[in-house]
Write a protein that binds this ligand. Sequence first.
Ligand code: DGY
Length: 323
Amino acid sequence: MRCIFVSREGFPESMYKKLEEVGRVEVYRHGGSPWSTRGVPKSVLIEAARRCEALVIFIGDVVDREVLDAGAALKIVSTASVGVDHIDVEYARKRGVVVAHTPYVLVDAVADLAVGLLLAIARRIALGDRLIRSGAAEAVWGSLMGVDLRGKRAGIVGLGSIGSAIARRLTAFGVEVVYWSRRRKPEAEFALGISYVELDELLATSDFVIVTMALTPETRGFFNRERFQRMKRGAYFVNVARGGLVDTDALVEALETGVLAGAALDVFDVEPLPAGHRLASMDNVVLTPHIGSAAVETRRRMAELAAENVVSFFKTGRAIYSV
Ligand code: DGY
């Protein structure tokens, strides 16, 4: 019977049940939360690839050339995430290994978090909470000042389904939304009432810059010193995509020099963010530990869809969503 490897215990039971339809499910005792972005050891993945036809993984589980080369019988890598930057997709393609992922089901959860982060930084919500808890709120009680969303311009960089869902929410707040992406999307412009602008214009004119683009070898380090310098003075920067899109030193510099008024970040180039990191000591920064899709219902659908991709692949020869 074919072996199907799942890199974590503790995913919703329905996921393992679905997988059992098409093989013998082997679960690695990861130890932590199944949704931890701290991946399983490479040696475990190599060993699993040697024995199994399918790997079901989560972000942090790095499937690179070494893992793929070990997988003589490996046919599909299915990740319970929309992002696939932890997988060497090009090399998998060369080896004829299908890479499947879970788009769409997490769109609303991530868009909700992006707007929550924007509110948290623009209205000083997280700072207010910190000041009260530390007993230091007296000096600012009633006068901690943020900025309105209404009347501002938000620039969304990378308009996919998540960017569109953020745009839909922000227009309801009275925010003017513009976007830049490699491909212009006239249907989205019409449906959402948003406008396409060139990247330089977006950076120079947006009060809020919101990142939703995918991390690929081409987009790694996209937000570098030069791009931060081009941003409107006093803008807020929100990243719910991937930390690798941002040169973190350049971001810190932009925050320290006042180019940016603040940043709200759910993702980091190194996760978990190392203890004592400079970002963690800055009052004009809101940090969350990669929880964009971390809502019970959404995560259940992600786990199930990761399984359904595998089931569909073995039953029909095609995953539901492959890249
Ligand atoms: C994804 O699906 O890529 C998210 O980052 C995980 O929450």
